[in-house]
Design a protein around this ligand. Structure first.
Ligand SMILES: [Zn+2]
Length: 222
């Protein structure tokens, strides 16, 4: 096992555990693609909190275990991670959680609309799509994910299950996981005030443009 990649997986799991965008039992999984290889590293442990290094496993993109020991419960979702790497070459990190508010939308089988600007800024200008239900990690579930996701969209709700995020880097994946949960939490609370309202479509690209032009200028110091 490559120590740096194991470090990356553990560090990402710790950040997800500390982010609040995870269910109370800390269930979830993180994987990181091995650059230039047809494989990825995957959290084989049951919890994102204090995930042991020796439970990180190396898995082929065909779903076969190449190094380490994998319990059946965790092994069941390996193909779901693999499918994201197979479908999009740019994807470098996949993470899956049952973050509470986003999972509420998944259980209600309702996609998340573009209710907060951060969704438009981080690749979800049409909100977070919903993939239909299938047993976790099954071919049926993966087919639903593939049907729901268009290339470049970095997150999907898994009906009656949770959230799947996939992005170029671990930083972006953790960030988007947080943004999806934040949007769901705000919208859930907005239900008490008449319901969430989407940002007009014409304004979503403008939100992204504005963020990019500020980013291009870099830090400002006065
Ligand atoms: Zn799950």
């Amino acid at each position: 096992m490559d120590r740096d990649l194991v470090d990356q997986v553990i560090e990402t799991a710790n950040r997800v555990a500390g982010s609040g965008a995870i269910g109370p039992n800390m269930h979830g999984n993180v994987s990181v693609r091995v650059p230039g290889e047809d494989e990825f590293y995957f959290t084989g442990g049951p919890s994102m909190r204090d995930h042991p290094r020796d439970l990180v496993v190396r898995v082929g993109l065909d779903g076969t275990l190449r190094e380490g020991t994998l319990a059946p419960v965790q092994g069941a979702v390996v193909d779901m991670h693999a499918s994201r790497y197979l479908d999009e070459r740019a994807v470098g990190c996949v993470l899956h959680t049952h973050s509470p508010f986003a999972t509420a939308y998944a259980v209600a089988q309702r996609p998340i609309g573009c209710w907060i600007e951060a969704l438009a800024m981080f690749g979800l200008p049409s909100g977070v799509p919903l993939a239909g239900y299938g047993p976790r990690g099954s071919a049926e579930a993966i087919a639903h994910i593939r049907a729901a996701v268009v290339p470049g969209v970095p997150a999907v709700l898994l009906a009656n299950h949770g959230v799947l995020v996939f992005h170029r880097t671990t930083d972006l994946a953790v960030l988007v996981g947080g943004v999806v949960e934040e949007a769901a939490a705000a919208a859930y609370r907005a239900q008490a005030l008449g319901g969430p309202v989407e940002i007009p479509e014409t304004q979503r690209a403008a939100a992204l443009q504005r963020a990019m032009s500020f980013a291009a200028e870099g830090d400002r110091t006065a």
